[in-house]
Design a protein around this ligand. Structure first.
Ligand code: HEC
Length: 171
């Protein structure tokens, strides 16, 4: 009986996850848009003030933000790819792999700030602030059944503070 209960729970979870993961696969935009990634680091050497600002921003990032991102974002946006529990469900692995590919296309945090991105570092900070304020990341389908994946209040505030301070440094 217990075994049956466990199985039906797993099937239900799978169904729910499929429901949330499948639509973005269909709706997401084309691949070509993000082919061009700015090589910020190369351009940097020309501008000392900017270099200094990036350095300060990165110092704060390493101290206060990277530990949060490591826990909550790097699964998709960074180097670490720990398999989440639902990786074991047939078919889900491919969808998660797709998510990781998409996530990195938008914002790759494998390297410290400035991140590898198709946007400018300033734009990246702005979208990091936005997704944190709006609870947009991690994607909703990712936090179902995995509630700890969400940003808690303290983490949210830390990210918002860091992005706001950093944006001022770049303006
Ligand atoms: C399950 C994988 C996953 C996790 C975990 C995740 N993201 Fe994302 N992220 C994505 C995907 C997929 C996209 C691109 C498509 C989209 O916007 O949904 C994205 C896009 C973004 C963008 C760009 C949005 C834009 O407008 O271009 C930002 C910023 C971002 N994520 C920040 C974060 C932060 C901060 C965290 C951690 C708190 C996080 N993400 C965790 C999958 C993930």
């Amino acid at each position: 009986m217990v075994l049956v209960m466990k199985n039906s729970k797993l099937i239900l979870k799978t169904a729910i996850i499929m429901l949330f993961i499948a639509p973005p696969l269909v709706l997401s935009h084309g691949d070509n848009e993000h082919e061009q990634k700015t090589n910020v680091k190369k351009e940097l050497s020309k501008d000392n003030n900017l270099l200094k600002a990036y350095k300060e921003i990165n110092e704060n990032y390493n101290k206060n933000i990277k530990p949060i991102f490591k826990k909550k974002c790097f699964d998709c946006h960074g180097l670490i790819t720990q398999s989440p529990w639902y990786y074991k469900i047939p078919g889900v692995k491919q969808m998660i792999d797709y998510d990781i590919k998409e996530a990195k296309k938008h914002l790759d945090m494998s390297e410290d700030f400035p991140f590898i991105s198709h946007e400018t570092p300033l734009k990246d900070l702005e979208s990091l602030k936005e997704v944190s304020m709006e609870d947009d990341m991690p994607p909703f389908r990712y936090i179902i059944g995995n509630w700890d994946a969400r940003l808690d209040k303290k983490e949210k505030q830390a990210i918002i503070k860091w992005t706001e301070e950093s944006i001022l440094k770049l303006k």
